[in-house]
Design a protein around this ligand. Structure first.
Ligand code: 13P
Length: 249
């Protein structure tokens, strides 16, 4: 039985005091969560949010990481830095990184390997654009993203990863995938993992859905057989909205 994970991706929102405040509210609001709850604030907020959630059920995640261990990489943050700040999860390959910051399968793969080496759990984002969906390329795009991210990973490593299926056309647009549309792609990704590895890996990897998930559509999405949680943008910025999703698990 896969445990569901609801992760809030705060993206480039919240100053340090705002992040601390929201983290405290989320701890309080989600006390009775049946799922894993993860908050992913901006880098500068990580240390303060780590203190705010210390000793609670809420876990800390980062929104990206660099693959090198250390050195002259101005502006970048390493896995060791994240670990030392109390981070357990790291989002890798988000579509905004792919679209605006030249993220590609190769850099995703390097980041995933670096995260696993450091003992961080990568949340690997995959998903098609509207144009790709309309051209009937949803499965081939997701397959390309998944195969690229898992290149060279052992089954033991694969079992320590999480996937987030985020159709790009549903991110921040209010256009949520229907539960059937999402389930279809989740099932496809799970079959693909089975063919790349084996049935245990296929059944063991948690696959979250992301893209305009809100309290009022979360229940139906999370009720689908292969949907193991959510990666939440907009609705993670208010504790009450986020709580509504967490309690749908
Ligand atoms: P929204 O929930 O705002 O659509 O964002 C989804 C997302 O990109 C989470 O990573």
């Amino acid at each position: 039985m896969r445990k569901k994970i609801i992760a809030g991706n705060w993206k480039m929102n919240k100053t340090v005091p705002e992040a601390v405040q929201l983290a405290r509210e989320v701890v309080e609001a989600t006390k009775n969560a049946a799922c894993e709850v993860v908050l992913c604030p901006g880098y500068v907020c990580l240390v303060s949010v780590a203190s705010a959630i210390q000793g609670s059920h809420v876990k800390l995640g980062a929104q990206d990481v660099h693959w090198e261990e250390k050195g002259a990489f101005t502006g970048k943050v390493s896995c060791a830095m994240l670990k030392s700040a109390g981070v357990e999860y790291v989002i890798i390959g988000h579509s905004e990184q792919r679209t605006y910051f030249h993220e590609c399968n190769e850099t995703v793969n390097r980041k995933v390997k670096a995260a696993l080496r450091a003992g961080l759990i990568p949340i690997i984002c995959v998903g098609e654009t509207l144009q790709e969906r309309e051209a009937g390329r949803t499965e081939s795009v997701c397959e390309d993203h998944v195969r690229g991210a898992y290149q060279g990973l052992s089954r033991q490593d694969a079992l320590r990863t999480v996937i987030a299926y985020e159709p790009v056309w549903a991110i921040g647009t209010g256009k949520v995938a229907t539960p059937e549309q999402a389930q279809e792609v989740h099932a496809f990704i799970r079959r693909l993992l089975g063919s790349m590895y084996d049935s245990e890996v296929s059944a063991g990897i948690q696959i979250q859905y992301g893209g305009s998930m809100k309290a009022d559509n979360a229940g139906e999405l999370l009720g689908q057989k292969d949907i193991d949680g959510g990666l939440i943008g907009g609705a993670s910025l208010q504790a009450q909205d986020f709580k509504g999703i967490v309690l749908s698990c």
